[in-house]
Write a protein that binds this ligand. Structure first.
Ligand SMILES: [Fe+2]
Ligand SMILES: [Fe+2]
Length: 138
């Protein structure tokens, strides 16, 4: 079983967004598979992937914000702020690891991002589903 499975209760019904959510889940599932306890391997995986994953997450958030901004959704600003908070936390965590302020714990990093992203999809994205569908048509 995968670490994350996105069932249909997670579908937004905007293919581009759903595909990005699936890609995020895939990246997290891949990351958990690389938690082997072998420091060198974990570090190699982390440095090869983290930058790309942060960039991917940023692009994903931008797409959602672009779609929601076209609608009359009353919580667009709140949703944007939630995106910003997640990104800020992940970037800070990554900086601390890159600057060797914190030692890499790949399992912790993966679990932290999983929690933040999955909770966000449930409590923000799904709730705005109607507006994503509407905005995507505009
Ligand atoms: Fe999302
Ligand atoms: Fe979102």
């Amino acid at each position: 079983m995968d670490f994350i499975e996105l069932g249909y209760d997670y579908l937004i019904d905007v293919p581009e967004i759903d595909n990005q959510h699936k890609e995020l889940a895939k990246r997290l599932n891949n990351s958990i598979k690389h938690c082997t306890g072998k420091k060198k391997d974990e570090e190699r995986f982390y440095y090869e992937n983290m930058g790309k994953s942060i960039g991917f997450l940023r692009d994903h958030f931008e797409l959602e914000e672009k779609i929601l901004s076209k609608t009359k959704y009353e919580n667009t600003e709140k949703h944007k702020l939630a995106h910003k908070k997640i990104l800020d936390k992940i970037i800070k965590m990554n900086d601390d690891i890159e600057k060797k302020k914190n030692e890499l714990d790949l399992f912790y990093v993966t679990a932290f991002i999983r929690e933040a992203v999955m909770k966000h999809i449930k409590t923000y994205d799904i709730v705005a589903k109607k507006y994503f569908i509407e905005g995507n048509k505009l």
